[in-house]
Design a protein. Structure first.
Length: 71
């Protein structure tokens, strides 16, 4: 893959372009401790987070795919 060079000239500098304060870090750590990860949620909890009709607009997998479980 090649680039015309414009992406190289627009490199992201995280310190300059995405400043993060000590308060940001504190809040993110607190949220991480309070909020479960996606893999810890039940199907019902995940379904409750999705907008109505979301799966019909963009199915997560082809209808022909066999279901599976990580359990």
């Amino acid at each position: 893959m090649s680039s015309d060079g414009s992406s190289d000239r627009a490199l992201v500098d995280l310190d300059r372009d995405l400043p993060t304060t000590a308060e940001d870090v504190r809040v993110l750590r607190a949220l991480r401790a309070q909020v479960p990860g996606w893999l810890d949620l039940s199907y019902e909890q995940i379904a409750a987070l999705l907008p109505a009709g979301a799966a019909a607009r963009r199915p997560p997998a082809p209808a022909s795919r066999r279901p599976f479980s990580l359990e």
